[in-house]
Write a protein that binds this ligand. Sequence first.
Ligand code: NAD
Length: 400
Amino acid sequence: MKTRSAIHKKIVFPKTRGYICLTAHPEGCKHNVKSQINEVLRTKLTSKIKNVLVIGSSTGYGLSSAITSLFGYDANVLGICFEKPASRDRTATAGYYNIAALHKFAESAGKNIRTINGDAYSKEIKHKTIDTLRNHYGKLDLIIYSLAAPKRKDPFSDYIYTSVIKPIGMRHTTKTIDLSNSKVINKEVEPATIMEIHETVKVMGGSDWELWINTLLEEDLINSNCRTLAYSYIGSKATEKIYRSGTIGAAKEELEKTAIYLNEKLQKQVNGNAWVCVNKALVTQASSAIPSIPLYLSLLFKILKIRDESCIEQILRLFNNHIATDKLPLLDNEKRIRLDDIELEPDVQQELLQRWGNVATENLHTLGDLDKFKNDFLKLFGFNISSIDYNKPVDINVDW
Ligand code: NAD
């Protein structure tokens, strides 16, 4: 990507502030990427997918989609993300280290990946993507849209939309965890204003996905039979007021409507398809910031135990069963692919709602698995990995 930066070795520890971690460990992130690659390599897969674009490729579901395409299906991957390199004493973001590691592993295995680091909502990055596809890839067979962002600058007006996580219609009090002291607390959240709902839909709804697909169609960069997917979430009654019937849920509903519209358009123009895939809840940078989700996940882990799927397991199931086959995927009544079946099993949800009603600081460790939540959270940033010596200085200036 760029010239190699000067070596800057440093001991890196987690520096957390609530549900964010301000540091990331390059070796830990590399370990995480390698574990996902190993998981993918356990099964030999084939498909006709040759060129894949992953928008939001550096962490969470997008990273697993890039790894599965590259190492599972031997496809050429172009990724887009918005990550920060290291600067002076600050580490790079976890996503930056993930991509650096992914490029390194891909290079050693003779796989083809390029990454564009910049604002996917902007015209500039769309143009850069078109040039890169023209010069190095050709037409796309699969487009994964996996952005989770707090803000979006409108590419036409330059207005900056801000998303909020709020209930709609009335104030809501939800249980959640105060991570600074591991206490279960009640958090009151004010209802969103009309403007806040509108702005959240502009950030996390379907309009940017639609812009991407329209632009790629106009540029004749979409192959016949191409499939495009965006990820969504529904979740439980326990989180419904804050998530699915709240502002983010409104954005997801719009995203799901966009899928239906794009599906018709792609069918007509290239015999292609657009679907939303509803994934299970898991610990990612985006989900950890949603009030009630860390507590919900802690309870869910304890109920599901080994039945709980990781990010890469969900994406492998998606590709193997639904996307990388010639067959059409099984869809629900709203024309969505569903990977949240285990999470939403009636027995699981019944047990969860009972625990949700009873959970308090005193019984949190009996009813839920907060340690797993905290461990998964720190792992996102490359920490809490037993094989890594965190007292050893590491080069924080890692590029790709
Ligand atoms: P994440 O925070 O792990 O990843 C977000 C990705 O978006 C990163 O690669 C980041 O670099 C990129 N990004 C953010 N803003 C960008 C911008 N302006 N330009 C370019 N790239 C940008 O998020 P995630 O949890 O994997 O979520 C991805 C999608 O999956 C979202 O639509 C989310 O709603 C959905 N989803 C998540 C869960 C969950 O529990 N985490 C469950 C179901 C569905």
